[in-house]
Design a binder for this molecule. Sequence first.
Ligand SMILES: Cc1cc2nc3c(=O)[nH]c(=O)nc-3n(C[C@H](O)[C@H](O)[C@H](O)COP(=O)(O)O)c2cc1C
Length: 365
Amino acid sequence: MSSRLSTNFTNLEFVNPFVLASAPPTESKKKILRAFEAGWGGVVTKTIGLHPVENVAGPKTIFQRTSDVKPYVSRSKRPDTVPHSSWNWELISDQPLDMWLPDLKEIKAIYPDRMLIASIMAGAGNDEELDNWRKLAKSCVDVGCDAIELNMSCPHMDRKDMGANIANDEDVIRSILHAVTDAVSVPIWVKLTPATSTLVDAARAAYEAGAASISLCNTFPSLPLMDPETLKFEVEVDGWVTSGGLGGLAILPQALQRVSDISRAFPSESVSGIGGIRGFREAFNFIAHGAGNLQFCTAAMEEKGSGGVGVKLIKELTDDLEDFMKRKDYSSIEEFRGIARERIVEHSKVRRKSDNYNGGYVAAE
Ligand SMILES: Cc1cc2nc3c(=O)[nH]c(=O)nc-3n(C[C@H](O)[C@H](O)[C@H](O)COP(=O)(O)O)c2cc1C
């Protein structure tokens, strides 16, 4: 693979900046091996925890589509539709840590040049849970994982001390980071929820406590749609539904804005961009806003015939990025990373039609 595409991100050498996100494409050894064979630069494993997991008794993920002809959003199969989003209420991995560890060791032995990042999650608020974070991190690093991603962003956790429920709490973020950085010395990525008005504060707490990077975004909290005729939700179990996570194209502009916020507030820190990336154009936009690494989920899951790991997708991504960089004479993504940053300004800084505008205009929302 071309050295033009290789990147150093959080002190790790990636053969290309494209990584499968923590989700079904990285839920098993078989899928991860297939992903590496196809050319992905790294994977973040499906989140590994210590608490027992049992998913709902129905589909865990649906893919919603829309169309120009009848532009409503639905999972129903209709002609002439295009992808809109994924919606899921899947929990973290149901494979126990003891079963993950030999798998991770084997994957790293087969693909030593690919980056293997373990996503982990435990609770918060007491020493026992902090020990759980330490145990998860140390076990994964001991079998060869190159980095750890802390999942502080799953949007559908009932436990108030887990997932997105803790992402607002700067003390909790700091305490978990201190526990994990005491236990291991690999780079720690922190995956935060986009569903907070205090994202920049949460990111600051994470960076100050030793995070090597922020991964943004996890899915946005959302509900599936109800059919007006049948009064059924598009996904439900016994008539019940709960808030789940929206991913895919529909979240792209919002995810870009979150990455831009973090990258402008902390221009010398690292960000891994996630959310609605289907190909080179979306990946380019994340890099332009400052991301040094890109993660993919829905687009890989939706690809037919490749076992949901994006075999065609990674080929297209690397070909298109290579072609772009050759045409523009870039030798590294660092040469165009962050080029959009300075063009994001306050509303009042944008030119008006009249010459005597004094900058005091207050926009009506
Ligand atoms: C079915 C499904 C399961 C997911 N499970 C996890 C998970 O275990 N841990 C995690 O950090 N993110 C999880 N995610 C979130 C993805 O990693 C990613 O952040 C999100 O889908 C946005 O990226 P996308 O628009 O490319 O799908 C999951 C997403 C989906 C669709």
